[in-house]
Write a protein that binds this ligand. Structure first.
Ligand SMILES: Cc1ncc(COP(=O)(O)O)c(C=O)c1O
Length: 406
């Protein structure tokens, strides 16, 4: 018998048996529809964080549910010893809609970045330059929790307890082109960047900076890895965020929203970069399995459908949210900055407001957001959120900021 409807037992078992790395809020959810989640307390919550940018099509999307259940009833898993039609189709879809020629599938963002790090090094190894193995990343970046991806992450706190760290990474300030340019040397194989640093407070890269980095990589013969684990698959109003920057990476990583909630990761690269992996060099038991790929095919089908207008919706609701949040900033004087792109938005408050406290108040009033650091909350709602729903969030935030909360 499951404990799905027993909240107290869930809490007890979590405290007693689950490794204490998340410190979850005292609530669980039983079902969802669109941007709404139903809590075990029977209340409805607007999911303005979307499973951290994962539930791209919202909860209970009928086509996605059907694609998953149809595939589950036929075949959930069969390993990469054999051809997998759903995987071939997904690779075709991703390549047809991006700069990429080849895809490697895995199960998470960190794994996608592991693949990117490995291929950036092995590409030069097979070119006869094993000494070119250093990757330059940005301070305050976030690339995952595995040993190589914490080494890639430009934040010491994620590495210190797990030292010794994987060698071969250098960190420079984000959006500082000179610092990056002077760090490149004969050992550099790649630059790895997020176009919007999501986990450290939603900080977008400057457009001129990104173009200069792209040119630098071409000039110095090094690879540009763009981590789109959080920004990819429609989140910023284009299918991939790099399109907003008018550049093409050599390697890109995806995960989060790609299969709408089913675990998946993908590393995409050009044919040139793909020469850096030979059969047996890399792999994954679950990566590219029929279930995850069927889900991702369905997600991409919907997001790229002009009839569904999901990308147009992201852009329209995003403009609305930025306008209203900036209005709230002027009216209340309590919002310091509104940052981001599409439906990945950071709201930074002044010193009078604690982000964690704001998250709590919003949750008590039925709105789920995440807090980052002392002063910023992040929203990353499903891409299908309507303007009317976004307006409900703005009204609530306004009430709290103006001290008119009941
Ligand atoms: C930019 C970026 N890269 C990598 C990751 C790691 O992804 P995962 O948690 O799926 O391993 C994240 C997760 O937040 C992320 O935001």
């Amino acid at each position: 018998m499951g404990i799905e409807n027993d909240f107290e037992l869930t809490k007890l078992y979590d405290t007693k048996y689950v490794l204490n790395v998340f410190n979850p809020l005292p609530i669980a959810f039983t079902k969802g529809s669109g941007v709404w989640l139903t809590g075990t307390d029977g209340r409805k919550y607007m999911d303005m964080i979307g499973g951290i940018a994962v539930n791209s099509l919202g909860h209970g999307n009928k086509e996605l549910t059907k694609a998953i259940s149809d595939q589950a009833s036929k075949l959930i898993h069969c390993c990469n010893y054999y051809l997998i039609p759903q995987k071939s189709e997904l690779a075709f879809r991703l390549c047809s809609n991006s700069f990429a020629d080849k895809v490697f599938f895995c199960n998470s963002g960190a794994e996608a970045n592991e693949a990117a790090i490995k291929i950036a090094r092995s590409y030069f190894y097979y070119q006869g330059h094993p000494e070119k193995n250093e990757i330059i990343t940005a301070n305050m970046s976030f690339h995952g929790r595995t040993m190589a991806t914490i080494a890639a992450t430009g934040q010491e706190k994620f590495r210190t307890p797990f030292e010794p760290s994987v060698p071969g990474f250098k960190y420079v300030d984000f959006n500082d082109f000179e610092a990056l340019e002077t760090s490149v040397d004969d050992k550099t194989c790649a630059v790895m960047l997020e176009l919007i640093q999501g986990e450290s407070g939603v900080h977008p890269a400057d457009k001129v900076y990104v173009k200069k980095v792209r040119d630098l990589c071409y000039r110095r013969g090094i690879l540009l890895i763009i981590d789109e684990v959080q920004t990819g698959v429609g989140r910023t109003g284009r299918l991939f965020c790099y399109e907003n920057y008018e550049i093409k990476p050599d390697i890109m990583t995806l995960a989060k929203g790609l299969a709408g909630g089913v675990p998946i990761g993908a590393m995409l690269c050009t044919n040139e970069v793909a020469t850096g992996m030979k059969p047996g060099d890399h792999g994954s038991t679950f990566g590219g399995n029929p279930l995850a790929c069927a889900a991702a095919n369905c997600v991409l089908d919907q997001i790229t459908s002009a009839d569904k207008g999901i990308l147009a919706n992201v852009n329209a609701v995003s403009s609305y949210l930025f306008e209203k949040l900036n209005e709230l900033s002027v009216k209340t004087g309590k919002i310091k900055q509104v940052r981001g792109m599409g439906l990945l938005i950071g709201i930074e408050f002044d010193d009078s407001i604690q982000a964690a406290g704001m998250k709590q108040l919003l949750m008590q009033d039925g709105f789920l957001v995440s807090s980052i650091g002392a002063s910023t909350i992040r929203i990353a709602p499903p891409l299908i959120i309507t303007q009317r729903e976004a307006a409900m969030f703005i009204t609530e935030l306004g009430k709290i900021l103006k001290g008119k909360r009941k």
